[in-house]
Design a protein around this ligand. Structure first.
Ligand code: ADP
Ligand code: MG
Length: 587
């Protein structure tokens, strides 16, 4: 029998419910509001009362209104049909939601239809199931039963979308029967498995999984040693991200967090990208939605959207589903990881997620911590990033989830709880600087403050030498502001120009130029060789003007070089020209 309850208090999107029977933390229930059922999640249980956050506006909800509990935790639907979808934080497909809303009322607002929830996976669509397991096989959670064709998953570019034994099954099962190749919906039975207790379970292509619980059907966790190629030079060379690693991008408003995330979503060498647009302005999200289907994925030659899932919770949507959205995103990512794929989760911005937590905590009247964030802020942030990782699956192949989150601290002050809690757990820090973005030096990743624990695509000692020049150049630049150019030695001035050169030709990368937006690792290595040569040379100039002219000319040629297709004749001849210019100026 399902548990029911009655509302005893309404406080914003929080309700307190007196219930009969048993309920569990994070269990889902529905508050009955007239002819609508509003979805809610239990966030605290005390005796025979529980507090629930409602994923919708609570207008008209009153004391004594009924609540029906489901006995299920907040869960995502996993299976074919997720790629190319745009979901809200509760995995409602937004396009269909808009269609449904339009049927009810002509002026139904896209986001504001209360109490309307749609299945995350299309129920009517049929998929071409190809069984790979056979009767008599011994299988366990996560093992492959077959595959279907979906989007990027076809015979040519990628092995199919794998259909797996539900992750929730415990122990070893025997395949009793499996459906023959053919077309099935996600809810059709495709296999019968006999459990350790002798009981049969029927398995479908769709399974449900509680979003706040990590999926752990793997053999072991691996060290994130391999560099994840983002094709952003500052990142791959100076502040690398690892396959299965974690990183954060804190930065003030307008410093380029979203643009950087979108560039990464486009060009990073991963199989699937899950983009959680969390609490940002609707305009930015709409931009992504318009652009992505038109962009061709260099890896598959197909629309980028086919390997992308967008979880979208703009600032105008209910705050509680914003809290859920990062968990939904990472759960979907773990599902694809189980197939042996590399998945990138981009959360923009985790500050909005933390604010949702703060709002909830305030309503629960918990003892506030720093800046009124709850005391468990740190552990929640840590638990989220811990779901990243590279794993060896039970069949020996590997899969990974990489997580990159932006942080948008008020006033760009990194000394605030969300940034600090994040910095404790991530492996890479790409701090965006207001000074750089004001100077339009994009990406505005601060080359002195940022760091990474992961492996670069260039040898570490070479990177360190280049960074040392940036640091020294910056010091000279500061000093020059005081003493002027005249008061600066030629040697110091040359270091300053070297640092500016490195910044201009390598660190700065125009996200909106076709040629420059993406630099594959091979090209980065070739570029870095030339930059290194220019930085390491002892020049024979007698005076500052001459040195300045030389570097300006070198910089211009280099920027021309950046615009040429990799490996083309023009590319080769400009490289020769650069090397000759440097050699010709050496003492
Ligand atoms: P944030 O998300 O940090 O508030 P955005 O990512 O929206 O900031 O960037 C704000 C603006 O800065 C963009 O609209 C764009 O004009 C500019 N910008 C950011 N990054 C780049 C880049 N890599 N190249 C060129 N322009 C950029
Ligand atoms: Mg932004």
């Amino acid at each position: 029998m399902t548990t029911t309850g009655k509302i005893v208090a309404v406080n914003g999107n929080m309700i307190t419910v007196a219930f009969d029977g048993a309920v569990a933390q994070n269990e889902v229930g529905y508050a009955i509001c007239g002819d609508k059922k509003l979805m809610a999640e239990i966030v605290r249980v005390r005796g025979t009362r529980c507090d629930m956050q409602v994923f919708d506006a609570t207008t008209d909800l009153m004391v004594d209104d009924r609540v029906e509990f489901t006995g299920e935790l907040l869960a995502a639907e996993l299976g074919p049909g997720m790629l190319a979808q745009v979901y809200d934080g509760l995995q409602n497909p937004l396009a269909e939601l808009a269609d449904e809303a339009a049927k009810i009322s002509k002026d139904a607002s896209f986001f504001l239809q209360r109490g309307m929830y749609l299945p995350g996976l299309p129920r009517d669509r049929k998929w071409d199931f190809h069984p790979t397991a056979k009767a008599g096989d011994r299988v366990a959670a996560g093992d492959f039963l077959g595959w279907v064709t979906e989007g990027i998953f076809d015979d040519k570019t990628m092995p199919g979308h794998k259909i797996m034994v539900p992750f929730a099954l415990r122990g070893v099962y025997t395949v009793k029967s499996i459906a023959p190749a053919g077309d099935y919906t996600v809810t059709d039975d495709i296999a019968t498995l006999t459990g350790p207790d002798g009981k049969d379970v029927k398995v479908q292509m769709m399974q449900r999984w509680p979003v706040k619980v990590p999926i752990k059907c793997f053999a072991e966790r691996l060290e994130p040693t391999e560099t994840l190629e983002t094709t952003v030079r500052t990142i791959d060379t100076f502040f690398p991200v690892a396959v299965g690693g974690t990183y954060c991008i804190p930065g003030p408003f307008g410093a380029g967090k979203t643009v950087l995330q979108q560039t990464t979503a486009r060009y990073a060498k991963v199989d699937v990208v899950i983009s959680a647009a969390c609490g940002e302005r609707a305009g930015e999200v709409v931009e992504t939605l318009k652009e992505f289907p038109e962009i061709v994925d260099p890896k598959t030659g197909q629309s980028l959207m086919k390997r992308t899932i967008i979880i979208c919770n703009t600032s105008s949507m209910p705050v509680a589903s914003r809290e859920a959205s990062v968990y939904t995103a990472v759960t979907l990512a773990e599902y694809f990881r189980q197939m042996g794929l590399n998945v990138l989760v981009l959360a923009d911005s985790t500050s909005r997620w933390a604010q949702a937590m703060r709002e909830l905590s305030g309503r629960l009247e918990e003892i506030p911590g720093e800046e009124a964030f709850p005391a468990y802020l740190e552990s929640r942030i840590a638990a989220f990033y811990e779901r990243a990782g590279r794993v060896r699956l039970k069949d020996g192949t590997t899969g990974s989830v990489t997580i990159g989150g932006t942080v948008s601290p008020a006033g760009g002050n990194f000394d605030e709880p969300v940034t600090q809690a994040t910095l404790k757990v991530v492996g890479g820090f790409h701090g965006l600087s207001r000074a750089r973005s004001d100077a339009r030096r994009y990406p505005a990743i601060d080359p002195l403050d940022s760091w990474s624990h992961y492996n670069s695509v260039i040898e570490q000692d070479r990177v360190e030498k280049a960074r040392a020049i940036l640091r020294k150049g910056n010091e000279v630049g500061q000093m020059m502001k005081v003493v002027g150019e005249e008061g600066t030695s030629l040697a110091d001035f040359t270091t300053y120009l070297k640092a500016e050169f490195l910044d201009a030709v390598y660190l700065q990368q125009n996200a909106f130029s076709d040629a420059d937006a993406t630099t594959p690792v091979d090209r980065q290595r070739e570029m870095f060789d030339v930059v290194e040569k220019a930085l390491g040379a002892e020049y024979g100039f007698a005076e500052k003007d001459e040195t300045r002219r030389f570097f300006l000319d070198l910089q211009q040629t280099f920027i021309d070089w950046n615009d040429k297709p990799f490996g083309s004749d023009e590319f080769k001849s400009l490289k020769t020209a650069l090397v000759q210019k440097i050699d010709g100026a050496v003492r």
